[in-house]
Structures are given as C-alpha cells and as structure tokens.
Design a protein around this ligand. Structure first.
Ligand code: PLP
Length: 467
C-alpha cells in the first residue's frame, strides 16, 4: 500500500465532490445513504485492507463489490496490467488476449460456448436480453423481485406483488412502455412462474435470474428452484438467462452454475447455513453433460475483470451467433475487450485456482461465524444467509427462525439494526458494504489476521445492533 500524506478529510472531500458530482458519488450506494454519515474516500488498497484519505486502514468486506477475489492490488494482476499498459491502452482492433479470456471462460463454464466481452455487467445483461428477444421474436422478459441486473431501463423494474404484474418503472425516466415489457415475479416461487408462463408464455423471450440472489442480501435459491426455472422456460420456449455477474468465478471456478448444477450445492431450505457450503472437491466441469441443468445464456462481470471494467455474455452457440457481425442482433463497444481489462481478467482467473477458492470459502465461513457468535452473545435475532462463499446477515426473529427466501422477507427484517452495526464496525476498523441489502465480500487475502480483526470488532458492532 503506498503511503500518502492525508491531504483532506473524508468530510471535506465529500463536500467538494457534492458540488460537482450528483450526491458526491458515481454509484449511489457509495454515498452511505441508507446508513448515514460520511463515505470514506479511499486512497489505496492492498490485500484485505483499504486506506482512506485520513490515513485510517480498514479490513475491507466490500471487495470493490465483488471483483477483488484475490484481495486488492494482487501483485500478479497489477504487473499484468502494467505490462499491458506499456504495450498500448486501447486499439479498437482485436487482440489475442480477448480470445484467451473467452477460452478461459468456456473452459470453466462449458455452457458458455461462445463469449462476447463487454465493459459492465449492465451491458452484459442488456445484451443477453436483446439476444433472447432476437432469438425468440418475443418481447416480454420475466425478472424476479429483489434480483438486480444492472441499470438498463427494462431491468430496473423490481416492484411487484406475489403475482405476475406489469412492472412499474423502478426509476424515474423509464418509459412505462418499456417497463411494461418486464414482468416481475417473486423469487423462489415456482408456482408463480408456472402460472405466469401458462398465461403469457408465448410472449416471454426470457426469464432472467441471479445465480443466487445477492442483491437483497444473500437469498439462495431453494432446493429445486433453479432447475424448475430451467424446466419451465424450456417448456414454454423462453430462454433462461443466468446472471452470474456477481456469483461468476467467485463462488467457485465455474460460478454458481458449477456450484449448483454440477457440484450439487443445495440450500437447507432456510437460507443457510448449508451442507456443502465448503467444497470437498473443486469443480471444473469438462462439459455441460455433467450438469443437472444448463442455462441458455449467462452473464459475467466483476471477478472476470479483476477490478478493471470488463464483463461478458456467453451461452449457446446458436443464440450467441445471432450477434453482429454474424447475425442481426446489434451490440458493440469502443472499449470492449480493453487490453488493460483483459490483462487483469486473465491474470485474475489464472491465479484463481483451487487453493484460492478454498481460502475464500474458509475466510467466509470464519467471518460469518465470528459475526454470528457476537450477535448471539448480545441476544440479537439474526441469520447468516449463505450461497457458497457469499453471505450476508439478516436481522429479526422471522429471519432467524425460518430464513429469508424472497424480497418481501428481505424487506421485512429489522433493517434498522444495520446502520448502528455498520458504523460500530467502521469505528473499529472494519468496512462492511453500506447497506443491509448487500452481500459481504471476502477474498483469498482475508487471512487469520484479518479474521481476528473482524472478530475483535464484532462485539462492539453486535452491542450497537442490540440497541
Ligand atoms: N448483475 C448482477 C447480479 C449484479 O450484482 C450487478 C452489479 O452489482 C450487475 C448485474 C450490474 O453490473 P455493473 O454494475 O457492472 O453494471
């Protein structure tokens, strides 16, 4: 970590930023809106730690919202980016690195027979939806309440009751006509999907779902749910889009698909903890024949770019080959497959071996346990919900007794406990994602020392949550 003289306080930087950047941030959740207080302006990061402008270090559980699987500024990744930078920042022409990265994605996830690189997860899901529409000639998309797929107009619709409804815009500026093309259904509810597809299946181009929902806190699919989505979409001629932007290459070498469909990871029906949440054997599936279900399209982001903007859409060759220049579905990007991003992505995936996934699993289990023990010691009803190495804490009796399975349940928890919990952790030098609805991200760099620091901070945080 480079040392830097603290030039200005977090508060001063935030004030200056707000005068020129809406809300002072370039992505809303960074503003600490739901927890209050002043966001930390980060000057450097290394391993499991980030340093703010005031020179304070924090054990980081944000992990850049997912990419930092190896920890921050892994020397192997930094060196690869540095070398690539000297060769040129961007060419607007094909490079071999793009092919190598696409091959690596296919090696890990054979369901991705073809891969197109883009720059953000939002682009990846937007492209997947356009492809599904192009492939089926249908307009409607089914999304599940509480799942986040980026900020494209049609996928912001998150509102919806327990039945299929025409989506309401989840944001000002989304035309009603666009929102009406998205049907929002409750997560983990196969009968609702079945009823919706019975009624409107002929119009549905795709059902899109996160590998495991991790944007309403972590809500793993109930046993049989994902396979059920596969069965129903196939029955009705709709495509299944598995959004692995967050889970891909994080929960295992082949992402959520590898974990659930190949390795057979199942939730315990209560949102975790889950048998098999640590891996006995790493899964590098050689072909889709080893899987119990296979999505038509998958989207990747975050880890695939190792901290530099890069994402991808992959899937069935016949569908992917509908993309321009081969087919009629247009998609493009000035900086797609950027040499810096492919260098970071390739280095990250090359380094992300069995040992890394085991380390992430172990750190995740330990952090979840020390936090849970501290909360229990203070009598705070809670549940650590888990999907592989991803987890988050849900507060309240109902979450504690039966787990959270959908967006309604996630919203019904004792959300007010989170802000004091978060700020106590921050005071003690541990940075959690600043919202109760986010997953906690550990990395292979979260070693014993980092876990001990979290364990030392947890009692104060638990006391704050108890009040
Ligand atoms: N899909 C999922 C599951 C995500 O978690 C996210 C971002 O958090 C996205 C898509 C959007 O990715 P990006 O922020 O890179 O546009």
């Amino acid at each position: 970590m480079t040392t830097q003289t603290p030039a200005r306080s977090n508060a001063a930087l935030f004030e200056t930023a707000r005068a020129v950047i809406p809300g002072g941030v370039d992505s809303p959740v960074r503003a600490f809106g739901s927890v209050g207080g002043t966001p930390r302006f980060i000057t450097s990061a290394s391993g499991a730690r980030v340093r703010d402008t005031e020179g304070r270090d924090y054990v980081d559980l944000v992990g850049s919202w997912g990419p930092a699987l190896l920890g921050h500024a892994h020397p192997g990744v930094v060196e690869a980016v540095r070398e690539a930078a000297w060769r040129g920042l961007s060419f607007g022409a094909p490079t071999e690195a793009e092919t190598l990265l696409a091959q690596e994605v296919r090696r890990r996830v054979p369901a991705a027979e073809r891969v197109r690189l883009v720059s953000t997860g939002t682009e990846a899901t937007m492209t997947a939806v356009r492809l599904a529409r192009g492939a089926t000639g249908r307009d409607l998309v089914v999304k599940l309440a509480g799942c986040y797929h980026g900020h494209s107009d049609g996928l912001l619709a998150a509102a919806g009751s327990g039945v299929a409804t025409a989506g309401l815009p989840g944001s000002a500026g989304v035309p009603q006509m666009v929102a009406a093309q998205t049907l929002v259904l409750p997560y983990n509810d196969l009968p609702a999907l079945e009823a919706c597809l019975e009624q409107r299946g002929q119009e549905v181009a795709a059902v899109i779902l996160e590998g495991a929902a991790a944007n309403m806190g972590v809500v793993p699919p109930l046993p049989g749910y994902t396979a059920g989505v596969r069965r129903l979409t196939a029955q009705h001629g709709a495509l299944m889009i598995l959004d692995e932007v967050l889970t891909g290459f994080r929960v295992g070498p082949a992402g959520w698909w590898g974990l659930e469909a190949v390795e057979g990871w199942v939730a315990d029906g209560q949102g975790g903890p889950v048998p098999g949440s640590t891996h006995s054997a790493r899964i590098w599936p050689a072909s889709t024949a080893e899987a119990s279900w296979v999505p038509d399209l998958l989207t990747f982001g975050k880890v695939i770019g190792g901290g530099v903007p890069l994402a991808a859409v992959g899937g069935r060759a016949d569908v992917m080959d509908l993309l321009a220049p081969l087919g009629p579905v247009y998609q493009a990007g000035t900086l797609s497959g950027s040499p810096l991003a492919t260098a970071a992505g390739l280095a990250t995936l090359e380094l992300a071996d069995d040992q890394v996934y085991r380390a992430v699993d172990a750190a995740s289990a330990q952090v979840g346990q020390v936090v849970s023990e501290a909360l229990s010691a203070q009598g705070v009803a809670h549940r650590v919900q888990r999907a592989g190495s991803l987890f988050s804490v849900m507060f309240g009796d109902s979450a504690a007794s039966s787990g959270v399975h959908d967006y309604e349940g996630a919203q019904a928890q004792e959300t007010w406990r989170f802000a004091p919990f978060f700020h106590a952790f921050l005071r003690e030098g541990v940075a959690l994602p600043p919202s109760v609805f986010e997953a906690w991200f550990v990395s292979a760099a979260h070693d014993e020392e980092a876990v001990e620091a979290i364990a030392a901070a947890a009692p104060a945080a638990a006391r704050a949550a108890a009040q």
